[in-house]
Design a protein around this ligand. Sequence first.
Ligand code: BGC
Length: 259
Amino acid sequence: MSSTHTGRRAVITGGATGIGKATALRLAREGAAVIVNYVGEPGDAAEVVQEVESGGGTAVAVEADISVEEDVGELFRRARASLGGPPDLLVNNAGVESPKPLIEMELTDWEKVIGVNLTGAFLCSRDFARALVERGEPGTIVNVSSVHEQIPWPTYSHYCASKAGVKLFTGTIARELAEHGIRVVSVAPGAILTPINNELAEDPEKRAEIIAQIPWGRLGQPEEIAAAVSWLASEEASYVTGTTLFVDGGMTQYPGVKP
Ligand code: BGC
């Protein structure tokens, strides 16, 4: 068993499914004690906890809507209490998306996506960093962004705005927190086989359409993102801060522009 993250206390938002689940399982396998944050039904989070525990690791499921300030306060209080100290690794992974043309978009549609994807990352990063700065301890924040921090995506203006927001949020707080020994990085997945992309997985036509936009010729696996998160969070990446690592099979390299 690898010990890259032994002794670390990690919070993974949206840790019950998809990329969050793969990340929670990987970090736990590598020695971290993990908080599996989820919202709604507890079943998936409980399964992740069970899988971690059956491998000899430590995991605790904590429900919190990360777009709500009080929920986030409670999430970090419970994380500190159950892990025996403040978390030193935060993976801002929770995210939502749903297409809506601009001219049909309600304010509530907009606010939901910005609330989880951007405000949630802010609230969690703030509470995470406060506790570490107070104690003079180092840590790492990994934001799970998207290729859509860079690629405009019709009918997803709220989603793209949230991810573009995460990009400069990452760089800006990386500058603020450097003097406290806290690194802040983003990983930007392309099209990954997760529940968010169920439709893609099931519809051969849609799948072919998206694969045509990926030079590597296939969708990604959640574990391929978890690997990047693990490395970015590790000592090996000790000189990496403020930047985004794209893990997208080349999707950001303009595959639609032909010779
Ligand atoms: C979205 C996916 C999408 C991918 C590529 C991701 O950020 O969550 O739904 O397939 O970007 O467009």
